[in-house]
Each structure stands twice: as structure tokens, then as C-alpha cells.
Design a protein around this ligand. Sequence first.
Ligand code: ZN
Length: 311
Amino acid sequence: MVKSTKKKRKNGVLAYFMEKLVSENVVSENTLKLIRECNTFMMMVADESMEKKKQHKGNTCKNRFCPICAWKKSRKDALALSVMMAYLKQEENKEFIFLTLTAPNVPAEELEDEIKDYNHSFKKLMERKEIKKIVKGYARKLEITYNEERDDYHPHFHVLIAVNKSYFTQTAQYISRDRWLELWQQVTKNPLITQVDVRKVRNGRDDKVYEIAKYSAKDSDYLINQEVFEVFYKALKGKRLIVFSGLFKDAMTKFKNGELDGYKEKDVTKYVYAIMYNWGGKKYLELEKRYLTEEEMKEINGQLIDEKEVD
Ligand SMILES: [Zn+2]
């Protein structure tokens, strides 16, 4: 509830910044309406003790800048990621490395070009022979952070890479952190880059991995003020933020088809209550608390868990 309230308040900030874009005909009246109405109605379900709760229904705007919808999506993406990793580990015998590629910060006016350069450089990196040999698939996320003090932007890539187990034992294949840095400097033609982070993912439990699932920008960054919001809006609008390739692409198809459901856990909570809320402008107001009907019980209980807590 606390989280939902926080996110709904931020959704109000988003609607406020969007008003200007509506007046400039960049965003439609209807889009703004959907954002305003997002999660104004919410149905939660709870167990007998009222300790375990989850949202069952609610209206959503699905706008990529909506703090509520972005939060929900990242929880679903995180679950998908953990399922795909479990599958690739077990059935494809793969291990994972987590790579973060960065470059020096850029001012607002250079952000869009910088993102294009990142995409281009990454493509070149993946085409390098020694990389091509070891990468069996990847999930790549573009993330942009904002530095308020310096008023500049920091786009970077998080990449989760599937490799053969032998990658870590065959020295001929293994790519050290220094070599990753060297290659990244070469493909970006920027010798000033000093930071590349690469690590082995331990047991698939390394939380850093879920950076891939998080939204490309933190709402605490892009909702700082109108000007910053518009920079983020322009930079992220219509862009593909997460890209799956190779084994990850195949695994995603399987995941969507339900073929990996065996890797999902069952929710063993017995939900008995339904609680309805309406957004009262500053907080959620409880409208009604009642027992679930028999039919609702059947529908809601015993389902597979399809989201995972992030941040
Ligand atoms: Zn929304």
C-alpha cells in the first residue's frame, strides 16, 4: 500500500509535466486522461491474517513514463529474467556474465546522439571475433541516469550474457575486464573511457542482474523538473529499451508461450478477502472489504507467481 501510494503520487507529478506536452500537441488529451486515471481504482486480495496482500485488479495506463506501470512492468520483467536464466542454466548448460558499459556523461543536447553511438558501438563489439565466439545470447538494457549537480546525463548499457561453462576454465576464450575495456574503447573510438564493469553471475542470484528488468530511468531522476523530464521523454520515447538476442531471444519466445511455466513457483497463499480502494487525491481510500466469492477464490488461488520484487 505504501509503495502504491508513493507511486500514485509520482504518477500525479508525471500528469503535471505531461500537461505542457499536451498543450504543445506532443501528447494527446486521451493519453493524459489515461495517466490521470491510472490505478485510481484498485482491488487487492489478502489472506485471513491480512498480512499477505497483492493487487488483483486496477486500471492501468501502460504509459512507459508512468511510475506505477513502469514499476509493475519491471516486476514482471524481473520474473521473466529469473525464469529464463534458470531454463538456460538447466537445459542449455549456460552460465552468465553481467557487463556494464559506460562512457563519460553528456549534456542534454548530446544525449540522443550519444544513445545512437552506444547502439552502433555495441553492435560492433558483438561482431568482434573473440566476443562472437563466447556470447551465446544476451539481454541488454539501456539505462539513463541524471546528475543534478552537473546537469548532465549518463546513458549506459547493462548486458546479461549467456556463455558456455567452459568460458571460465578455458583461458583461450576468457575475456578479462581489461580486455573488455580495451575493446569497448576501440569500438567507441573513445580512449577516455575508463569504466567497464564485468562480473560472473553467482548462482543466478546476483541482484545486480535485475538492473536489466528495471525501467530505463528512475522516476526520482526524470520527474525532477519539467526540463529534465522533457529530455528523458525525447530520449526514451519510442525506443526499444530492452533487447534480447540469441538464446535469450529464444527463451523469451518460450516464456511467452508458457513453455517455461515449470520454472515458475506456485503462490501458496490462500487469499480470502477482497479490498477495494479508490484514489482520494492524496491517499487510497478503502471503499469495501469483503470475502471473495467462491468463484473468485478458484480464479485467484493456486496461481503461478508471475512477478518478482525489484529494488
Ligand atoms: Zn500507469
